[in-house]
Design a protein around this ligand. Structure first.
Ligand code: ADP
Ligand code: GLC
Length: 468
């Protein structure tokens, strides 16, 4: 079975968030299953991985985007070093950028990606068994292969659409239709939602089946999906929730080269402490006090707007009996408030930016990881922290609900229901109580490290769905 994953991110080539982790790991684990050949196609980026590896040009052609003629090149990484065939689509001016997102003309960029991929596959008469589209950036592919004559070779190929984040749908004005490959205009309604071209809605309508990255999140979409609630209810018959796994080869505390002290579940208590001491020293924190950490985008969906108040209130209310460390970036108001507190409170450390190495060190060193998300389709941070013996404190939502159970009901994490500063601080107080009971804390470290979030089970579920 030949599967092409289409995505704008893939670790370690280009990563903004969890989408990259999933697309960098799922195909690798799928390829361990008999008779499966999973590949990844993504845009070309100006990134170290690309300059440090060798590629063959496997296709060179042209597409028309409105009045513009664009050159399309497809490059294949020579050695399949990632455990799957990796293809990069390069289009000068649109798919040759430094980063996946943040450009004014993103709609053109993602349309060019989808058009370029389908043009290449059609021209070379490559008919995969499954095209697996990730998020709205590739959401028009299921429509395009059915209703654009240019891709008639691909008509009938099965498509899976995975919703990693329904908060972003890629809506465009209908004028943008001029920049699509020409399509059967009677079918325009299959791209429309409320008067806009909505790629995510189109993916739900036109894919053979669609998935969300946890079961809990699928349930939530029925009632909260930025306007698509009724659509997901109508299309429920082909919806599946499949929880993400984690790449246990990359995220292994015993071998992780990014850690100062590697550890396993036998020596975790002692060696996590050493990691923590080193990190605390570097950031001027107090290693004898519990360390609460947050890693992530400063966005309201992550509950990052609570963080400034959580910092000052928890430090004041505990009379300075805890440390907080935050790694991330995003909303400038949140960044500025946190910078101010970084200056004011010695128990607080802030590192602004995206730092893969530091994130690994924090998962290994912290005692507790905070995830106060309003929306969390799956969430990988909680699974990484658990694998590294750090107790997750999560809001009971989406994938967090499916992966973290509260200690009061036999789990090894801490949950709260209402997204707000009071509930976060109340739960941090519960955590402080646990931290002070040495035996309980040690048991929790071990219990968390023993959870199995490996990709194998979920990779099998996707394959079963493809076969279906
Ligand atoms: P999302 O994709 O919504 O941001 P996930 O929990 O699925 O959330 O995945 C986030 C991924 O990005 C994790 O691998 C996490 O460690 C990483 N990450 C987030 N922010 C940073 C940062 N500032 N520096 C390093 N890694 C980060
Ligand atoms: C999205 C979601 C996150 C999920 C990730 C990978 O970025 O916000 O919850 O873990 O995709 O599926």
């Amino acid at each position: 079975m030949i599967v092409y994953h289409l995505s704008t991110e893939c670790y370690p080539v280009a990563k903004v968030g969890g989408l990259a982790d999933v697309v960098g790991a799922l195909p690798k684990y799928q390829n361990k299953i008999k008779d499966v050949d999973a590949k990844v196609v993504m845009p070309w980026y100006n990134k170290p991985f690309v300059s440090e590896h060798e590629f063959d040009i496997v296709f060179d052609g042209f597409i028309h985007q409105g009045p513009n003629m664009l050159q399309v090149q497809v490059l294949k990484e020579k050695t399949d070093v990632l455990g799957f065939e990796l293809y990069l689509v390069k289009i000068p001016g649109l798919l040759d950028r430094d980063n996946p997102y943040g450009y004014q003309d993103e709609s053109f960029q993602f349309l060019a990606f989808q058009h370029g991929v389908l043009h290449w596959l059609s021209a070379m008469e490559i008919r995969p068994d499954v095209l697996h589209c990730h998020d709205y950036h590739t959401g028009l592919v299921p429509f395009m292969i059915e209703y654009c004559p240019e891709f008639s070779v691909l008509k009938g190929v099965k498509t899976i659409g995975t919703i990693h984040n329904g908060e972003y749908q890629g809506m465009m004005n209908w004028e943008m239709a001029n920049y699509l490959p020409s399509f059967d205009s009677y079918k325009w309604g299959l791209m429309d939602w409320n008067g806009y071209i909505n790629p995510l809605a189109s993916m739900i309508k036109c894919s053979t089946a669609f998935t969300t990255v946890s079961e809990g999140y699928l349930e939530e979409l029925f009632v909260s999906f930025r306007g698509l609630e009724s659509l997901v209810r109508d299309e429920f018959g082909k919806a599946y929730g499949i929880i993400n796994g984690i790449d246990t080869e990359v995220w292994n505390p015993e071998t992780d080269p990014m850690l100062d002290f590697n550890f396993n579940s036998k020596n975790a208590v002692e060696l996590k402490k050493k990691n923590k001491e080193k990190l605390c020293k570097e950031y001027g924190l107090k290693p004898e006090l519990p360390l609460f950490a947050f890693i992530g985008r400063f966005a309201t969906e992550k509950g990052a707007d609570f963080l400034p108040d959580v910092v000052w209130r928890s430090i004041k209310q505990s009379y300075g009996a805890l440390n907080i460390m935050i790694l991330g970036s995003g909303n400038s108001y949140i960044e500025n408030k946190l910078k101010e507190y970084d200056y004011t409170y010695t128990n607080f450390a802030l590192d602004l930016g995206y730092k893969e190495h530091l994130s690994h060190k924090i998962y290994a060193s912290a005692d507790f990881l905070l995830m106060p998300s309003r929306v969390e389709p799956c969430g990988l941070n909680q699974m990484y922290s658990m694998r590294y013996g750090t107790v997750p404190i999560v809001r009971y939502t989406g994938g967090l609900r499916d992966t973290v159970e509260d200690i009061s009901t036999g789990g090894a994490g801490l949950n709260f229901t209402f997204p707000g500063v009071d509930d976060i601080i109340h739960t941090m107080n519960r955590a402080m109580g646990i931290y002070n009971q040495k035996g309980v804390m040690e048991n929790l470290i071990h219990a968390n490290m023993n959870f199995d979030f490996a990709w194998e089970k979920s990779a099998e579920k996707y394959i079963a769905l493809y076969r279906n």
